[in-house]
Write a protein that binds this ligand. Sequence first.
Ligand code: UDP
Ligand code: MG
Length: 320
Amino acid sequence: MIENQNKELLTIISPAYNEAENLDELYSRILNATENLNLEIEIIYVNDGSNDNTIEVINRQSENDGRITVIDLSRNFGKEIALTAGLDHASGDAVIVIDSDLQDPPEVIPQLVEKWRDGNDVVNAKRIKRKGEGLLKKITSYTYYRLLFHLSDIKIPMDTGDFRLLNRNALNAVLKLREKHRYMKGLFAWVGFKQQEIQYEREARYKGKTKWSFFGLFNLAFDGLTSFSILPLRLASTVGFLSALFGFFYGATIVIKKVFFHEPVVGFTSLVVLITFFGGIQLLSIGIIGEYIGRIFNETKNRPLYIVKNIKESVFSNKS
Ligand code: UDP
Ligand code: MG
């Protein structure tokens, strides 16, 4: 039951893929953290095709608490899409996106809300420390965020995951972006609005281990780059142009040497080196073009982003 119609509604969205052991802790920490905010709380769990008993845990919670929406996807669609499913079904005046492994501590929620009440449309949570993650992951993600920041056409905040708050206006804008290769951090930045950030220490996972494989992260990183920059394409054409220039002059010197000075053509080694070198550059450039074409291909298929197997909506769901 909605006790007080005047309270604003905050929707907290958490995608979950095999997070059964974390969800009860998440639930109680969210409720504790939001107790004194004078807000109605709606929680949306998106079960992203888990094969542990995540869905049982979520269903049990929702039987006891009508403020919970359960979206059960038909298979694993990946975090970016699971998140989108949650955003699509949010009823709140603002939404907060949070990982279900408690790496984003729910205790930070009041700070996000405070900045929202100060009149910001989007409040990003920037991590100043990250615990429980390997050195390699820290270094690669540090480098990637900086690379992306400089290469992309819009400024995607550095060291900021998906953990953030969006008000209704910003959310509605994000919902209009239906591209298939979704790099959510980029889309959240793309819509603009008045953005603010707070800082927090990212914790280690509560239980279980990361769901991202090396390849998964690599793909996401690539989606981020190709969705927000065509610089790789430009790079390919620049390298192509420079090597064509080099080839022309080098070729000219050889012809001149042969025709006017009758120098015998030597240099089997340099020939092999050149062929393999330029062969490599060509394949690389074709590969880059291919990446973009593959993404065009996926967009043209016009499939829905996800399929919902089952949904149980919260008491707020027809509020707006
Ligand atoms: N997640 C998801 N679908 C996936 C992979 C991950 O919904 O295919 C969720 C996962 O349950 C967690 C969040 O996305 O709530 C972040 O995943 P994870 O902790 O594995 O990533 P990391 O924190 O290591 O980047
Ligand atoms: Mg995590």
